[in-house]
Design a protein. Structure first.
Lengths: 295, 317
């Protein structure tokens, strides 16, 4: 019988498999950092490599010579992420609070009302017409926030957690004369911190990474979020056209690889997420586990 | 007599209960309102598939199509592009479900066997790193690998003395590329779901097997996998319920919406997007969307019923 510590062939295989997959997951990130720091010559000869064969920071120089677009994109994305996440958590947890009440008249109907949105949707076309023609959401900051605010999945996740909080707490607060909203803010929200942290992270990630709302509802350049900026730059040349292209700049552009500017922009837009990743990942794991085990 | 007298009082007390809870309803109102605007209105808006839409008169004011199935006729008759999109969607999703499940399961089982906590933590953390990035960034990653001139894969091919491949012009490679990207992005996440199920297995089973002299492999084969079966079946059934839908972002951003690749990787969602935004054809895009929504609803409801049949209370509702 194999002792737990002994390295059997089977165990070596599991280490190899998980290790290989982990490296495959890491590889593109390193490749993009290296690709943003190399020259056209090196990339064309060797392809993008893990370590730049020839070192160059010109992609970043070009990017920052047009820093208005990036700073503006950052502003939009930060605003959308902060406002959107805060508003979304409040909206969804308030609904979850009402749904978690054992004897609220009409609770069952309300539950079904939320559930139906999980099972059925009108799809892209009616959604687009409703947003643009009826709600006039085109080209406003709200267009990047409001459509994603309420979500059945998060509502149910929070509701399930609220249900596990002893009802006595609520009742004694009521006896002390507290209103429902007061009980929600003072008792339920602090006690539900673990699930709210998870939902907060998923929501913030969703807003930070969103480009769909930008694609569908935003045409003004100054309202485009970071991800759309990244999407818009298909080629360096196209990027060059968005700014005044001095001969000097064109010379620099000729020196960086085709994907160079995009890769530099990936580093700049994705960097913050990766930097925060070690601190937040346990909440994500917890969230996936809560979400997968039905309450 | 008494019943008649009780009824109004009962109604009154119910009204009183509603009035007492006014704060609750007020708190539920914002989410209810938003769901109405962004979920229920578009559901009602599905009728546009039966209309001759014009922007001025809107969804509900536009005249009905003549005949009422006109948009569907255009969609289903002599429309190879729509047929291709539907075929691709079903084929690719079937492949994703099958290969994705096997891969995520293998990954979860492997993670579970790792004995060094540090190694386990590092590999697991890296494995769901791809989940955190947007599909736009995934598009840049794939382009960095596959681009003709600079892609690292093409660099490798050349250094091995092989010819470079112009991947973005060859549709036949893309089902495999999308499968790999799909697994790469989702396997780490999905493995956590399976690990959660594995951690729920009673350790007494393994202790008993150990005493009987079962090897680790036998334990996996005879205990872990059979006990995971309901979870696997349920997740698969639920995935089949969504088989008409694709991750629009992944297809749109990774294939860069290049027409050469449509024959193998154009899916219903990208087809609808193009018909809506590039061609501005509300008729055909809404008919496709209606078809997709209705078939999806039927699939979700029946898969839910199936999942509940496997294990009571395991499905969505």
């Amino acid at each position: 019988m194999a002792s737990p510590q002994k390295l059997t062939p089977g165990r070596a295989l599991t280490m190899l498999f998980t290790g290989a997959f982990a490296l495959a997951c890491l590889y593109p990130f390193i490749m993009v950092i290296s690709g943003s720091l190399t020259t056209r010559q090196a990339a064309a000869t060797y392809g993008f490599t893990l370590v730049p064969r020839e070192f160059s920071t010109e992609a970043y120089k070009i990017l920052f010579s047009n820093s208005w677009a990036i700073i503006n994109g950052y502003k939009v994305t930060l605003a959308v992420t902060f406002i959107g996440t805060a508003a979304s958590i409040l909206t969804n947890s308030m609904m979850a609070f009402a749904l978690s009440q054992p004897s609220l008249p009409g609770k069952k109907a309300l539950n079904i009302y939320v559930l139906i949105t999980m099972l059925f949707n009108g799809g892209m076309v009616p959604w687009y017409i409703v947003c643009t023609r009826y709600l006039h959401l085109k080209d406003s900051l709200f267009a990047l926030i409001i459509p994603m605010l309420a979500g059945a999945w998060n509502i149910f996740l929070i509701r399930n957690y609220f249900r596990s909080i002893p009802y006595d707490l609520y009742e004694s607060a009521k006896i002390d004369g507290a209103g429902d909203f007061y009980a929600f803010i003072r008792i339920y929200v602090p006690l539900a911190k673990p699930v709210l942290a998870t939902v907060l992270l998923f929501t913030a990630l969703g807003y930070w990474n969103d480009w769909w709302l930008g694609l569908m509802l935003i045409e003004k350049q100054e309202l485009q979020p970071l991800q759309m900026l990244l999407r818009a730059i298909i080629s360096n040349i196209q990027f060059l056209q968005t700014m005044d292209s001095s001969p000097q700049m064109q010379l620099m552009m000729a020196n960086i690889p085709g994907d160079g500017v995009r890769m530099a922009l990936v580093v700049i837009t994705t960097g913050p997420i990766i930097a925060l990743y070690p601190f937040v990942q346990r909440y994500f794991v917890k969230g996936i586990m809560i979400g997968s085990v039905k309450g | 007599m008494t019943a008649a007298r009780v009824a109004p009082r009962k109604r009154k007390s119910k009204l009183k209960a509603v009035a007492q809870n006014w704060q609750m309803y007020l708190m539920a109102a914002p989410a209810a309102m938003l769901l109405f605007l962004f979920s229920y209105l578009p559901m009602a808006g599905l009728v546009v598939a039966f209309k001759r839409y014009s922007f001025d008169t809107g969804i509900f004011g536009s005249p009905w199509a003549d005949p009422w199935y006109k948009n569907f006729e255009i969609l289903f008759k002599n429309n190879p592009a729509a047929f291709t999109a539907m075929r691709n969607t079903l084929f690719l999703n079937a492949m994703f479900i099958l290969a994705g499940t096997v891969f995520a399961l293998a990954l979860a089982l492997s993670f579970n066997e790792l004995r060094s906590p540090l190694y386990k933590r590092i590999t697991q953390s890296l494995s769901f790193l791809p989940f955190f990035i947007s599909t736009v960034v995934v598009g840049v990653f794939v382009s960095g690998m596959l681009a003709y001139e600079t892609g690292s894969l093409n660099g490798m091919l050349q250094s091995l003395g092989l010819r470079r491949v112009n991947f973005y012009m060859k549709a036949e490679y893309w089902p495999l590329i999308m499968l790999i990207v799909n697994i790469w992005k989702g396997a780490g996440y999905n493995s956590i779901v399976y690990l959660a199920a594995i951690s729920g297995i009673d350790t007494a089973f393994y202790e008993a097997a150990e005493i009987d002299g079962a090897s680790r492999m036998q334990q996996i084969w005879r205990i872990t996998l059979p006990l995971l079966r309901p979870t696997v079946i349920i997740l698969t059934i639920m995935a089949v319920g969504r088989i008409m839908n694709s991750d629009f972002g992944l297809f749109f951003n990774v294939t860069r919406d290049i027409p050469t690749l449509y024959p193998t990787v154009d899916v219903i969602d990208t087809y609808i997007y193009r018909a809506l935004r590039k061609l501005g054809d509300i008729g055909i895009s809404s008919a496709t969307g209606f078809f997709q929504s209705v078939v999806s609803l039927i699939l979700v409801l029946s898969s839910n019923k199936l999942a509940n049949g496997v294990e009571e209370g395991s499905a969505l509702f």
